[in-house]
Design a protein around this ligand. Structure first.
Ligand SMILES: *Cc1c(COP(=O)(O)O)cnc(C)c1O
Length: 398
């Protein structure tokens, strides 16, 4: 046994991502073990009784917890500097769980309008069916937040940067308003990742993630997570999620746990490539607009630099000639794939208006600034010169 106990809270991010939450079995394996079991057994009936009474925090059943899932949860909580984390089957299970666990009929929710398609459905169609009143605001407009958040507001939900227009919301300012009103702030931090942006430091209460994106980062599994205080997890998340059952598979949690080990390395490399690509696109004929958080041309460039340590892995741009030209560009790509997924080591491009943001309708798209000539590029880990070459040749031919 090593004599000195480490203090993981003092580690740097890379160390936390590689070693945080590691619980070795008596076999002393190097890599985290995959506990692929649904049930647990007890030596004595009294042990089972104590666990069900909450007097012993051992495992009871896969829907309630699993050692591999716990390692993933502890690693992510450690990175965020949070007290607790609850892993779930997908990003959407996490978004829905984080909101539904705290809202009831008659409650008021305020949300930014520029949301991931399924988040928009939850806020505008699903929660209202259960009697929850929702108000949508332009996330960039602090006056709109101020007018919408009242003493009756129970919860605030926002995504920054937003998908696909990469709008950035002032986290500190919105959290201040919410705090004054006594409302919880839930932040979808998928685009920024925990490597580049820490909503808790600006006063957010809960962070939601799709592990499917950068955490896996290799297009293999679905997963999600909710980062919160211990009290939020014990009082609200556990009673709601344990009985509704959106549990993550231990195998998926294991892949996300291993994915976290290289998260910083990948996100930093992909962000550096994205910045270079954004710069090149800005000078390319036929490109009418490039949106990237760390370009000076971003409408909220100063806020982007304050909130995010790097600009992120996503670049959104507009081509002259609308949907036809956007489709021509996608058709002519040789390396970059046509895909609506993101955060992957493979570079992927999508046309939001006809895919991820198709169902919300033309009016909602217009209000979010999503045009027919807009494409969204998720920058991967290929040689950046190959990606630039591919974009140039595809633009030249379309
Ligand atoms: C993908 C995504 C989600 C949903 O995650 P899933 O794992 O696909 O359920 C939520 N929010 C944002 C911003 C996303 O990009």
């Amino acid at each position: 046994m090593k004599k000195n106990k480490p203090n993981p809270a003092r580690w740097g991010d890379a160390t936390k991502l590689v070693r945080g939450g590691l619980h070795r079995s008596p076999f002393g394996e190097t890599s985290e073990a995959l506990y692929l079991n649904s049930g647990f057994v007890y030596d004595e009936p009294e042990t089972a009784e104590k666990r069900f009474a909450g007097e012993d925090d051992g495992y009871v059943y896969g829907r309630y917890g699993n050692p591999t899932v716990t390692m993933f949860e502890e690693r992510l909580a450690l990175l965020e500097g949070a007290e607790a984390c609850y892993a779930l089957a997908s990003g959407m299970a996490s978004v829905f769980g984080a909101l539904a666990c705290q809202l009831k009929a008659g409650d008021h929710l305020v949300s930014s309008r520029a949301l991931f398609g399924s988040c928009f459905q939850i806020v505008t169609a699903i929660l209202p069916r259960f009697g929850i009143k929702t108000t949508l605001v332009d996330g960039k407009d602090m006056k709109a937040w101020k007018a919408a958040i009242t003493r009756d507001t129970k919860c605030v939900f926002l995504e920054t940067p937003s998908n696909p227009t990469l709008e950035v919301i002032d986290l500190a300012a919105v959290c201040d308003l919410a705090k004054t009103a006594g409302a919880n702030v839930v932040v979808d931090n998928v685009f920024a990742t925990p490597v580049l942006q820490r909503p808790l430091t600006y006063g957010a209460d809960v962070i939601v993630y799709s592990g499917t994106k950068h955490m896996d980062g290799q297009g293999r599994v679905l997963g999600g997570a909710i980062v919160s205080t211990r009290k939020f997890k014990e009082d609200l998340l556990k009673p709601f999620l344990r009985h509704t059952g959106p549990s993550i598979s231990p195998f998926n949690a294991w892949l996300l746990l291993k994915g976290l080990e290289t998260l910083k390395l990948r996100v930093e490399a992909q962000s550096a490539a994205a910045l270079r690509i954004a710069g090149v696109l800005a000078g390319l004929k036929g490109v009418t607009r490039v949106i990237y958080p760390h370009l000076d041309s971003h409408p909220q460039a100063a806020l982007c630099r304050k909130q995010m340590t790097l600009g992120g892995t996503m670049v959104t741009f507009e081509v002259e000639g609308g949907k036809k030209k956007a489709f021509d560009l996608l058709r002519h790509l040789e390396i970059i794939d046509i895909s609506n997924n993101l955060g992957d080591v493979k570079s992927l491009m999508t046309h939001p208006a006809s895919t991820t943001h198709r169902n919300i309708g033309a009016e909602a798209r217009a209000s979010m600034g999503i045009t027919d000539g807009m494409v969204r590029l998720s920058v991967g880990l290929e040689d950046v010169d190959d990606l630039i070459g591919d974009l140039k040749q595809a633009m030249g031919r379309s």
